[in-house]
Design a protein around this ligand. Structure first.
Ligand SMILES: *[C@@H]1O[C@H](CO)[C@@H](O)[C@H](O)[C@H]1NC(C)=O
Length: 164
């Protein structure tokens, strides 16, 4: 990942993914899930332009726009020294880019599937699961989300030289 990050800093979503979600961010190794950092970068790009200052409104929090139910399905990850059963643990985690990324990983570990039935589970499937949920990911994606995702994926693939 570190090498890929060096060659990808010109792609905005990849640079953000490398700086935010890389396991070196907190100087410690966390259990990683099935989604690559670059894929996480394109999902947050599609959902919020990876806006790290987004707080909670109504039903969603943070740069991945995560609901309470999604966080709960993900296994309720928390910030270091926080407690999943304390008031506000959901918001504190999902507003933090790294903890939010762990939440996505937990959710995908649970719901990983081939949504578009092309025989492989790719970043596109994770993007569909993120948007439509683990039980509805075969449905159509809204135009803006899909377009932003595909454009990000195209740029990252071009720069990385590998499928995302
Ligand atoms: C990020 O979100 C904040 C809060 O909604 C907003 O004020 C700001 O303009 C956004 N930044 C970008 C770059 O979109």
């Amino acid at each position: 990942m570190a090498t890929a990050c060096k060659s990808l800093v010109l792609v905005a979503a990849a640079a953000i993914a490398c700086s935010l979600f890389g396991s070196f961010t907190l100087g410690q190794q966390q259990p990683k899930g099935p989604v690559s950092d670059l894929c996480l970068g394109c999902i947050c790009e599609a959902v919020s332009n990876c806006n790290q200052t987004l707080a909670c409104d109504n039903t969603v929090c943070g740069l991945f726009r995560i609901t309470w139910a999604y966080w709960a399905d993900a296994g309720k990850p928390v910030l270091i020294q926080d407690n999943k059963d304390t008031e506000g643990a959901y918001g504190r985690c999902t507003k933090d880019p790294y903890c939010a990324a762990l939440t996505v990983q937990g959710y995908m570990a649970k719901f990983k599937q081939d949504c578009n039935n092309d025989g492989v589970v790719t970043c596109f499937d994770y993007a569909a699961i993120h948007r439509l949920g683990g039980y509805g990911c075969t449905g159509p994606l809204d135009y803006n989300y899909q377009n932003r995702f595909l454009e990000c994926q195209r740029q990252v693939q071009q720069a990385a030289g590998v499928p995302l």
